[in-house]
Design a protein around this ligand. Structure first.
Ligand SMILES: NC(=O)c1ccc[n+]([C@@H]2O[C@H](COP(=O)([O-])OP(=O)(O)OC[C@H]3O[C@@H](n4cnc5c(N)ncnc54)[C@H](O)[C@@H]3O)[C@@H](O)[C@H]2O)c1
Length: 352
């Protein structure tokens, strides 16, 4: 099997979780890196042995030796770079969110179908071993019809600053940054039902809480707390055409006692929890059972999930397979996220 030559575009905070598994994968080679910040690109190239360094992604995608790219840039460039890479004949793994708007998402989808190349959306939560284990239970009908899901991704003081809090580059705040993970995870576990309507609220009450001391936070590579025009928190009720519903709330800033991650789903034969810890709930012989699956970790395994996301991408490229998180799913999630913002802005339920 030929080695897949990879170009990683954007060498900031998350790129390490792409570069490391690519460099450890026997079927891949970190061939080139690119960042607007040349020093940062050079450091990544030195750390992972990349032969070429670019500061302009257009030059990287024009490099005929590159087979596929990972896009780890600010959200505002995801669509533009994906389309350019696809048009240049490269396969694409793009970080979540697919982009900022439904319009951009549809343009990416069109480029995928025209180019015949594959695009995998970095919905990394799907690739966690526990998520895959639970998906198998769901596929085998263990939970019956999953009709309700509840997801929470609460940071009390977790605005990463820099581009994350600049709406023109991020497309929004915690909803599009971290809400995307848990909304996608629930939707995927529910069997990707068609969305019917969305009702949401956003709040900007506390700002970025940059004044808080004695607690550390995830930060953009170019941290800057001055600009913040994204929401502090968002909540939504998402209704699906099959009658199922999903309730979600997410925050960068909230007077919450602690950070909290909750992902729980309920079916007519059983329920399950993914966050904070995996658990299966069912009944047998007139008794309720809370079952603790025996896996390496009861919680989300960040590095393992990235390793399996990257291994899946290489496998799809080498064997011409459809990815587990295709562009169509990126488009559907974009519709939900944009509808939450629209509903919050208009104060009305949005029908899709
Ligand atoms: N899957 C996850 O769990 C996860 C976690 C964090 C971030 N992310 C996503 O990864 C992406 C990057 O986030 P980050 O935390 O690494 O941000 P970051 O600010 O730390 O790094 C982004 C890098 O991209 C570079 N860049 C921006 N635009 C560019 C362009 N047009 N060409 C070349 N380089 C460009 C910047 O100079 C910077 O070095 C975002 O889309 C974010 O949503 C995903």
């Amino acid at each position: 099997m030929s080695i897949v030559k990879i170009g990683v575009i954007g060498t900031g905070s998350i790129s390490e979780y792409h570069l490391k598994p690519y460099s450890a994968h026997p079927g891949a080679e970190v061939y080139a890196v690119c960042d607007l910040n040349e020093e940062r690109a050079n450091a990544a190239a030195a750390a992972y042995g990349a032969k070429k360094v670019y500061t302009d992604y257009r030059e990287l995608v024009a490099d005929p030796d590159i087979d596929a790219v990972s896009i780890c840039t600010w959200n505002n460039s995801h669509a533009e770079i994906s389309i350019a890479a696809l048009n240049a004949g490269k396969h694409v793994l793009v970080e979540k969110p697919l982009c900022r708007t439904v319009e951009e998402a549809l343009q990416v989808q069109e480029a995928v179908s025209k180019s015949g190349k594959l695009l995998q959306v970095g919905f990394v939560r799907r690739y966690d071993p526990n998520a895959q284990m639970l998906r198998t239970f769901a596929d085998n009908g263990e939970f019956g019809e999953i009709y309700y899901a509840k997801a929470s991704y609460i940071r009390r003081m977790g605005n990463p600053g820099g581009w994350f809090s600049d709406k023109s580059r991020s497309g929004g705040g915690p909803l599009i940054d971290i809400g995307v993970h848990v909304i996608d995870l629930c939707w995927y576990m529910m069997g990707r039902p068609k969305v019917k309507s969305v009702s949401g609220n956003t709040y900007s009450k506390l700002g970025n809480r940059a004044h808080i001391q004695n607690l550390s936070r995830y930060q953009a590579a170019d941290y800057n707390a001055e600009l913040n025009d994204v929401e502090d928190m968002a909540n939504a009720l998402i209704r699906f055409e099959n009658g199922a519903s999903l309730m979600v709330d997410v925050s960068f800033s909230l007077h919450a006692k602690q950070n909290e991650g909750i992902v729980k789903l309920y079916g007519d034969k059983g329920g399950f929890e993914i966050d904070p810890e995996v658990c299966i709930v069912t009944e047998k012989n007139n008794t309720i059972l809370n079952i603790q699956p025996q896996t390496d970790s009861a919680g989300f395994q960040f590095e393992k999930a990235f390793e399996s996301e990257i291994a899946h991408f290489i496998d799809c490229v080498q064997h011409n397979k459809q990815p587990l998180s295709p562009v169509e799913d990126g488009v559907e999630i974009m519709k939900i996220l944009n509808a939450v913002y629209e509903s919050a802005a208009t104060g009305k339920e949005v029908y899709l």
